[in-house]
Design a binder for this molecule. Structure first.
Ligand code: ADP
Length: 400
């Protein structure tokens, strides 16, 4: 019998499920898909098999269970359903692993209970992730479900980077500390950046800027994360598409006391109506750049606030690391927005950072350097691939 080599990766968000089926023998993608608008009046599934020929289905998708069952039907139609013997594991992106989960973990009852216990720290994500796990298991109880945690890579942060300076006993009792997120991406990208430099991950210090709709920076010393910009939740740190990033916590008291806003309203304000969207009404960096080009003042200011925050974190992580070998841009904005990269390092020659205009403007699919030869620190663009990283980690767990 041939060895099972396929891994299905599931990324269950609050109202969507993204999935990819990978063959770990050659790391190829056998199918990718997305189920959107779960729980809304009308949902949609888009499924693309390896050879192309995208299929779409419209119709109500009441919950995550239904979403995954629909995806399973599409995979089965391609002959690679969840019950096929070639499936080695289902790898789940689980957002919050708290302090307990620092490695990819095969999900059993105890693990499931712990993910549930962590739900108050990630109320939109962990319950959706759990539903994904439960449904996938119901579809084929024999295949191991592996949880790969967004927080895991950051577990190596020293206590002085992970703790907030608040009453220690209160913090401990309520698990208030900095966990960090996007860990799978930071792990993947920092490793690929070392490879791009032709060095072992253990020998290089890297700053990773994961700039997508959500955004975070991390400082990685010798392959281990020593600081990251997201905190107890993904709200802290950089300016994002719709999240504020760092604000004075007293803003919350002020809005509650003086503006009379409920806590849930402030939560939504800071998570969903802030960041670029809050500053200029647009969360997509492509639109912000186009409007800025056209002379729109609000878009220009939003861009400037975004860049200013980014530069502060670059400076901070230079200090945290002491020596920096590479500054790496990744995710939707980081991989595609040359003006963001240029503005982020403009004038930072004193820190050894510079970007070559021509290299920065070029477009290639793989990892590449964009710094001039004379620069002390390599500046690079490295595409992230969270699904491949999750599949690799899940496969390693069930293979060992
Ligand atoms: P997510 O955080 O949702 O996974 P991505 O990493 O895919 O997001 O990043 C999505 C964001 O990337 C979009 O909202 C958009 O702002 C930005 N983006 C994508 N392509 C470009 C581009 N060519 N130029 C500027 N920004 C881009």
């Amino acid at each position: 019998m041939t060895r099972a080599s396929r891994v299905l990766v599931l990324n269950s968000g609050s109202s969507s499920v993204k999935y990819q089926l990978l063959d770990m023998d050659d790391r190829s993608r056998l199918a990718t898909g997305l189920v959107e608008r779960i729980g809304e009046r009308s949902g949609r599934l888009t499924h693309t098999p390896a050879g192309g020929g995208r299929r779409e289905r419209e119709g109500r998708v009441p919950d995550h269970g239904a979403a995954l069952r629909a995806a399973a039907e599409e995979l089965a139609a391609d002959g690679v359903g969840l019950d096929s013997p070639g499936l080695a594991a289902v790898g789940h992106r689980v957002v919050h692993g708290g302090r307990r989960f620092t490695e990819p973990t095969v999900v059993d009852e105890a693990v499931e209970a712990e993910i549930e216990r962590l739900a108050p720290l990630a109320p939109l994500h962990n319950p959706a992730n759990l539903e994904g796990i439960r449904t996938a298991r119901a579809l084929n109880p024999r295949v191991p479900q592996v949880a790969v945690f967004d927080t895991a890579f950051h577990a190596t942060m020293p206590e002085y980077a992970a703790l907030y300076a608040i009453d220690a006993e209160t913090a401990e009792r309520h698990r208030v500390r900095r966990y960090g997120f996007h860990g799978t991406s930071h792990a993947h990208v920092s490793r690929r950046a070392a490879a791009l430099l032709g060095r072992a991950p253990g020998d290089v210090n890297v700053i990773v800027l994961h700039l997508g709709n959500g955004a975070s920076a991390s400082a990685v010393a010798g392959g281990r994360c020593v600081d990251t910009s997201m905190g107890m939740t993904p709200l802290e740190g950089l300016v994002m598409g719709t999240r504020s990033g760092d604000v004075d916590p007293a803003v919350v008291f002020h809005l509650a006391r003086t503006a009379g806003l409920e806590l849930d309203e402030i939560d939504r304000l800071l998570n969903e109506r802030s960041g670029l969207a809050g500053l200029c009404g647009e969360n997509d960096m492509r639109e912000v750049l186009a409007r800025r080009e056209a002379g729109d003042g609000r878009a220009r200011l939003a861009f400037d606030v975004y860049i200013h925050r980014l530069r502060k974190y670059i400076g901070a992580y230079c200090a945290v690391l002491g020596r920096v070998d590479a500054l790496v841009f990744t995710a939707g904005v980081g991989e595609n927005a040359a003006p963001v990269r240029a503005a982020a390092v403009a004038g930072l020659d004193g820190l050894g950072l510079a970007v070559d205009e021509r290299l920065n403007a070029a477009r290639t699919a793989g990892p590449r350097l964009i710094s001039p030869e004379y620069a002390r620190v390599a500046v690079a663009v490295v595409p992230t691939d969270e699904e491949l990283e999750i599949a690799t980690q899940a496969f390693a767990v069930v293979g060992s």
